[in-house]
Design a protein around this ligand. Structure first.
Ligand SMILES: [Zn+2]
Ligand SMILES: [Zn+2]
Length: 351
């Protein structure tokens, strides 16, 4: 599948939008499934050129492709088309309006894809460490089953708007000039609903809570997106559903800070521990105990590294990053009489 998009369309690398569209138009005509019934090779070629056009006709995707190639697009969640219906629903009316030939086989109107949905999910750092499966309740908009999405109470019908006679626009005259504006009564729809559906109040859509189980891999970080194909809004007129994007955020942790796969924590030491050295049991993010050896003469702000106790790596390398502990030496602010006299002895001995 890693064919060069420019070669597939037969255009130069600096081709402009109209040259790209023209090239795609002639190739889409040639390989269109209506013209090549049962020809799997033509269908595969139709998919390839459609994918090339999808990328090269979008300046943002084209920029990513020019700089990073196919891998760059994959990294940004663009995975091409799954089948021919996917292509028609994606381009919608493009085939009919711009190319002058039918999109869908059999001359049906193209079915539109439903809208994509976004859900923001905040995870704890512990959840990012282990990964988890979570059931989410996603508010979705679906066609009303009482009125079949029409918005009119069953047994009644939408009527042609009397103000604009169904045109959706009215002409407003001012002297010599007449201007067409959106009809104020039907808001451009050309139809009014005399008895709105009692379930959806005429909207044709109702809210539904979808339960969606999402698998979150170990090591995820803030800003990452998980795409759940087909879990978005259902398409109008029975078209394919859109996708659901779960956008991740990570709550601040009271002991650990994160930098990619590395974790940072503070290790408080008394003046005596720092001076004489000590062994300290540190509780890691997963709740296990790790013994940290503090060498004698440890300075404030020393970084001690605990290998493999960071976050899972997501860059293809196995294993986990490291945990870096940063020593904080605490100077006593109050002293007992004994401590004070011992410290004075220490001072005198050092002279
Ligand atoms: Zn309804
Ligand atoms: Zn009207």
């Amino acid at each position: 599948m890693a064919d060069d998009y420019y070669e597939l369309l037969g255009v130069a690398r600096d081709a402009d939008g109209s040259a790209i569209k023209k090239a795609y138009r002639s190739l889409a005509l040639k390989y269109h499934p209506d013209r090549n019934p049962g020809d799997a090779e033509a269908e595969a070629q139709f998919k390839r050129v459609s994918e090339a056009y999808e990328v090269l006709s979008d300046s943002e995707k084209r920029g990513v492709y020019d700089r990073f190639g196919h891998e760059g697009l994959k990294g940004r969640g663009f995975g091409g088309f799954s089948d021919v219906d996917d292509i028609f629903s994606h381009f919608g009316d493009l085939f009919g309006d711009l190319f002058g030939f039918g999109g869908r086989r059999g001359g049906e109107r193209p079915r539109r894809r439903g809208a994509h949905l976004r859900y923001d999910l905040t995870l704890s750092l512990e959840e990012c460490l282990a990964g988890l499966e979570k059931e989410l309740e996603i508010p979705n908009q679906v066609g009303c089953d009482r009125c079949d999405g029409a918005g009119a109470e069953p047994g009644t019908k939408a009527q042609t708007c009397g103000t604009c006679q169904g045109a959706g626009q009215v002409r407003v005259g001012r002297g010599f000039i007449t201007m067409a504006t959106t009809c104020p009564r039907c808001r451009g729809r050309g139809q009014v609903i005399p008895s709105p559906c009692t379930k959806c109040q005429g909207a044709g859509q109702v809210e539904r809570l979808d339960r969606v189980t999402v698998r979150i891999p170990a090591g995820v970080d803030a800003g990452m997106k998980l795409r759940l194909s087909g879990k978005g809004q259902p398409g109008p007129d029975g078209g394919p559903a859109g996708d659901l994007y779960v956008v991740l955020d990570v709550a601040a942790h009271d002991r650990f800070q994160r930098d990619g796969a590395e974790l940072l924590a503070e290790l408080p030491l008394s003046m005596v521990q720092a001076t004489l050295g000590d062994e300290i049991d540190l509780v890691t993010l997963e709740g296990e105990t790790e013994r940290v050896v503090v060498p004698p003469g440890t300075q404030p702000g020393t970084l001690l590294r605990i290998q493999g106790r960071g976050m899972p790596r997501l860059d293809g390398r196995d294993g986990r990053g490291d945990l870096h502990v940063h020593t904080v030496v605490q100077i006593p602010t109050t002293l007992t009489e004994t401590q004070r006299s011992l410290l004075m002895q220490f001072r005198d001995a050092a002279d």
